[in-house]
Design a protein around this ligand. Structure first.
Ligand code: BGC
Length: 376
């Protein structure tokens, strides 16, 4: 995607970084199953670190503090060492995100090291510990498992390393344990709702066969990830909230993976045939896989079946433009990477975050054949 267009989109969206600190999701995380050997030392209550209430920087004192923070961040940029942990390199969306982070950080003069968690939390815990032992100035972490958030937060707090979490959002309560920690990402409920709206915007509101209900299959990402949970829930909720009857023919986890998306769609198309009116995919990579199965089954998107994803990967944008996907939702990797670096620099400049204000969100954007050219 072209940077200029992304910036235009980011500016057009109403959210402004640094001002849009929201409460985190309040979903209870799955039970922590952190490896025993990684268990952090008991933490003393963090009362002494409780920051004063943070308001948008409008007073002179706050302006001055912001300038100091900028100066400190610039100094760090001259030689700061940043450790970045990605849950796994072999993920289409996180590859785009990682490339954006690298370009921004290196462009600002940081020395940055990326580690591949290989979808293994124990491996990532070691990588975090190694970064801490090396004395990195800040960490940017895309956790492998949301359920490991408590442990990750305790570890970075213990070491006093400013940390930005990305892509997998812990709860506000978990983050409140450490005031030099912030989450930058998107509110996945919004992307789910937009997927539902893409179906509502079709001429028959998803009811291709006119039987009074929308029959769909749901290809889910890794269900441990709140993005997968919310997209699954809110895509369908958008339909039912609009008074549409729905029928779930199948729901299966495709773990964000193209091949799994293809396999699930192929099996379901063989099993349910024309009954399937909509295929919801929690991300574009699985949607591209599903499209291969749709085409192999001789079905035609937007004529006898609808297909939606999330991310706006380049491949998906091409398929939307060609009419082979009903639509997708921009998961703004560039905007999130810029936000993560900005938040990191704020932390390096001494900023702390009050409990309940540790989630910074970037807006999702609906992508249809009408506006797809703006994203290509
Ligand atoms: C993206 C997926 C990606 C996942 C990784 C999601 O926000 O939509 O494509 O696989 O993050 O955690």
């Amino acid at each position: 995607m072209k940077l200029k267009k992304v910036l235009a989109i980011a500016m057009a969206s109403m959210m402004v970084f640094g001002l849009t600190a929201c409460g985190g999701n309040d979903a209870a995380p799955a039970a922590t199953d952190a490896p025993a050997e990684e268990a952090p030392a008991e933490e003393a209550p963090a009362e002494e670190e409780a920051p004063a209430e943070e308001a948008p920087a409008e007073t002179e004192a706050e302006d001055a503090a912001a300038e100091d923070a900028d100066a400190a961040a610039e100094a760090a940029g001259a030689g700061g060492n940043i450790g970045v942990c990605i849950y796994k390199f072999d993920d289409a969306f996180m590859t785009t995100y990682r490339n954006a982070l690298q370009e921004i950080l290196e462009g600002k003069g940081y020395t940055v090291t990326f580690m591949d968690g290989k979808n293994d939390q124990a491996e990532q815990n070691n990588q975090i510990n190694n970064f801490i032992a090396q004395g990195v100035d800040a960490l940017i972490i895309n956790p492998v498992m949301t359920s490991a958030a408590d442990q990750i937060i305790a570890t970075v707090k213990d070491a006093g390393v400013p940390t930005v979490l990305i892509n997998r959002e812990p709860t506000a309560e978990q983050m409140s344990a450490y005031d030099k920690l912030v989450y930058v990402g998107c509110d996945a409920r919004q992307s789910g709702t937009m997927q539902g709206e893409l179906i509502l915007d079709t001429e028959n509101k998803g009811d291709i066969n006119g039987d009074g209900k929308v029959s769909y299959i749901m290809i889910q990402g890794d269900p441990e990830n709140v993005d997968a949970q919310y997209r699954t829930e809110f895509s369908v909720k958008a339909l039912t909230d609009a008074g549409i009857e729905v029928e779930e023919l199948d729901l299966q986890r495709g773990d964000w993976d193209r091949n799994k998306g293809q396999e699930i769609a192929q099996n379901d198309l063989a099993k349910f045939g024309d009954q399937i009116e909509v295929i919801f995919c929690n991300n574009d990579d699985m949607a591209i896989g599903a499209l291969q199965a749709i085409q192999a089954a001789g079905r035609k998107v937007n004529e006898d079946i609808y297909l939606v994803g999330v991310d706006a990967l380049d491949a998906a944008l091409n398929e939307v433009a060609a009419g082979n996907m009903t639509g997708t939702v921009l998961n703004d990797a560039q905007g999130q990477a810029e936000g993560a670096v900005q938040a990191m620099e704020d932390l390096l400049g001494g900023k702390t975050y009050a409990s309940g204000e540790q989630s910074i969100y970037v807006d999702y954007v609906k992508v249809t054949p009408d506006n797809v050219a703006d994203f290509q």
